[in-house]
Design a protein around this ligand. Structure first.
Ligand SMILES: NC(=O)c1ccc[n+]([C@@H]2O[C@H](COP(=O)([O-])OP(=O)(O)OC[C@H]3O[C@@H](n4cnc5c(N)ncnc54)[C@H](OP(=O)(O)O)[C@@H]3O)[C@@H](O)[C@H]2O)c1
Length: 305
């Protein structure tokens, strides 16, 4: 499997993940056309992209990306459940009051139960703590992860966006309880190398923890999407998580220069951006988003480079 064109081993585990995985953060909510979400997901699956990444609050509205997954399971994927690796998370704002946010046992346990109901699943393959909570004892959050595995509601656990000392603590805590940390999810791309600078990627590599990079295309900046203006319907026009003011003249010049370099390599900027991440030591997979099958197809072609 070492030279497999599609799959890569996730750290020191029995799990192989596709080098390119598909995220449901945008384009899979109740406000998006179901048939388009379905076409993208089916295209992914038909091309070996069997790892889908969700979270309780993906939508909008919150929860609706998981509901889309539930509909997809019913319409297409139930017979293929054992061929899929489905992840979800809890950690960000989800429901009102003190129990719908951060890292308490109360929140994580209730949230996973809700996620399973929305997705029409008995278990997820991977459950993440979505973010580090500086106020909840790490033992409480981590024990909740251990217990959801013991209850059979998740097969593996991961953490996302935890700082290095907390990652080190989590690694030890989980290992001692025979629920090894499968994977760390962080943002690594050509514009943001924090997981390398902070030693997170090195730690994962040395300890045999997988690493999956979210927003590998910097939400579309590392593609040709914004090189000639802001197209109607693009993520930047939605103004939620990618705002036009990030597109400064300096950044635009940098993106154009990267695009020139990609052309010299006979690659698109998106292909170059993805293959760069996959070349970094310790990286298992890149977690792309897509608003069309054409985008996904272009991104998957990076695997041939
Ligand atoms: N753990 C966390 O805290 C966290 C945070 C963020 C994301 N995530 C995960 O990571 C996944 C991916 O994040 P992301 O959506 O920001 O990833 P991304 O791959 O960096 O950006 C995806 C967006 O880029 C544009 N795009 C993609 N391929 C393109 C192509 N070939 N040509 C032109 N434009 C292209 C599309 O934007 P348009 O919509 O404009 O077409 C697409 O929606 C999420 O779905 C989620 O699962 C996790």
């Amino acid at each position: 499997m070492t030279n497999d064109p599609i799959y890569r081993r996730c750290g020191r585990s029995g799990v192989l993940l596709p080098k390119i995985s598909l995220g449901f953060w945008h384009n899979f909510g109740a406000n998006d056309p179901y048939e388009r979400s379905r076409e993208i997901t089916r295209y992914a699956f038909e091309h070996g992209i069997v790892h889908f990444d969700l979270a309780n609050n993906y939508g909008p509205p919150y929860g609706s990306a998981e509901e889309t997954m539930g509909r997809l399971i019913d319409d297409d994927f139930r017979p293929h459940r054992d061929e899929l690796f489905i992840a979800t998370k809890a950690g960000y704002d989800m429901w009102p009051g003190p129990y719908g946010n951060w890292g308490s046992r109360k929140y994580l346990m209730a949230s996973l139960d809700q996620s399973l109901r929305r997705m029409h699943l008995d278990y997820v393959d991977l459950f993440y703590s979505h973010r580090y909570d500086p106020e909840t004892p790490l033992e409480e959050t981590l024990q909740a992860l251990v217990d959801v595995v013991r209850q059979g509601k998740a097969l593996y656990v991961g953490i996302s966006r935890w700082p290095l000392p907390a990652l080190q603590f989590a690694y030890d805590y989980l290992l001692q309880r025979d629920v090894p940390l499968l994977i760390y999810q962080g943002r690594l791309n050509l514009l943001d190398r924090a997981p390398q600078d902070e030693g997170i990627l090195d730690f994962c590599h040395q300890q045999g923890v997988g690493f999956i990079s979210f927003s590998p295309l910097a939400q579309g900046l590392l593609t040709d999407r914004y090189l000639h203006g802001i197209p109607e319907g693009s993520r930047m026009t939605q103004g939620r998580f990618l705002k036009p003011d990030v597109l400064t003249p300096e950044l635009l010049e940098r993106l154009r220069e990267l695009n020139r370099q990609a052309s010299l390599r006979n690659e698109t900027l998106a292909q170059m951006a993805l293959s760069w991440i996959l070349e970094q030591q310790g990286v298992t997979s890149v977690l792309v988003g897509a608003s069309s099958t054409q985008q996904l197809a272009q991104n998957l072609s990076a695997l041939k480079l």
